[in-house]
Design a protein around this ligand. Structure first.
Ligand SMILES: Nc1ncnc2c1ncn2[C@@H]1O[C@H](COP(=O)(O)OP(=O)(O)OP(=O)(O)O)[C@@H](O)[C@H]1O
Ligand SMILES: O=C(O)C1=C[C@@H](O)[C@@H](O)[C@H](O)C1
Ligand SMILES: [Mg+2]
Length: 262
């Protein structure tokens, strides 16, 4: 039997080799981003991830620690995505837009695709106040809710690498937009009043729409807010008839174009 010291020495050597390879792997990520940018290829290629995983599973054969090894590689992929996102975006991505434009849904998808952090401002308010938004409106009124919203946005000032999903009315107060702009690019999601109605009609969680669940009201409020949304936005993504993954990819491409134009 080998001496413990000798075996531990081997382990240390293997760790150093793994570290060296991981550092090489991370530097490939930078090269891949440059290549994708140069040839206008999509940044997110889930099919590529699946193919990589298949190759690894085949190479593992019948190894006794297959699950654990796969877990390590999943983590490597996740961290690689984080490196890629840091490379691409040195700011937060704040999503604004009318109720039902898809901010919360797109934000969660972006978080997974880019391995970034995520904060949903409405959810943060609900957690802080320990009651649903419609109860906050009913008990304390809209002004109180807007104060909670402004405080929640201020509390994000030290967030980095974060997708921020705002409430639909965040742009009403100029100070909110100013605070978001300090460390975020602002992305406006849009959809037609008909699409919005279709998406939100079965929910009673949006007090502004309760009792006003019709195209005319949505269209009117959308028009009254349109100037605020547009003037706050760095980029605009139309979402009608598009699926969430396509919206996320379009959003990433538009942000990259914006960066290369600055
Ligand atoms: N592109 C889309 N295609 C189909 N359904 C969508 C799309 N985007 C969002 N939805 C659906 O619309 C509903 C509202 O979406 P979501 O909650 O993300 O909107 P929101 O912009 O966050 O609204 P709010 O301002 O009220 O927070 C959800 O049921 C969601 O699944
Ligand atoms: O557009 C709005 O005014 C609102 C949108 C939701 O996200 C919530 O923030 C709340 O229901 C108010
Ligand atoms: Mg939302």
């Amino acid at each position: 039997m080998r001496e413990l010291k000798e075996i531990r020495n081997d382990l240390n050597q293997y760790d150093l080799q793994i570290l060296e390879l991981l550092m090489k792997r991370f530097s490939c990520i930078g090269e891949i981003i440059e290549y994708k940018k140069a040839f206008g290829l999509p940044i997110l290629q889930p099919e590529q991830e699946d193919a990589q995983q298949e190759t690894l599973i085949r190479a593992m054969g019948k190894h006794g620690c297959k699950e654990e090894l796969l877990g390590i590689f999943r983590q490597i992929m996740e961290e690689s995505k984080r490196v890629q996102s840091r490379n691409l975006f040195h700011y937060n991505i704040a999503l604004i837009g009318f109720m039902g434009s898809g901010k919360s849904t797109v934000s969660k998808c972006l978080k997974d695709m880019l391995a970034m952090n995520e904060v949903d401002v409405d959810t943060r308010i609900v957690e802080d106040q320990k009651m649903p938004i419609k109860d906050i409106f009913a008990e304390y009124g809209e002004e109180y809710f807007r104060n909670c919203e402004s405080s929640a946005i201020i509390s994000l000032k030290d967030c980095r690498q974060t997708i921020i999903s705002c409430g639909g009315g965040a742009v009403i107060r100029e100070e909110n937009v100013k605070n978001l702009k300090k460390n975020s690019r602002i992305v406006l999601l849009t959809a037609s009043p008909e699409t919005i109605l279709e998406r939100v009609k079965d929910s009673d969680e949006r007090p502004i729409l309760n009792g006003n669940m019709n195209v005319e009201y949505i269209k009117g409020l959308m028009e009254r807010r349109a100037g605020l949304y547009k003037s706050a936005a760095d980029i605009i993504i139309e979402t009608d008839g598009k699926n969430i993954v396509d919206i996320c990819e379009e959003l990433i491409q538009s942000l990259m174009k914006l960066e290369s134009a600055v």
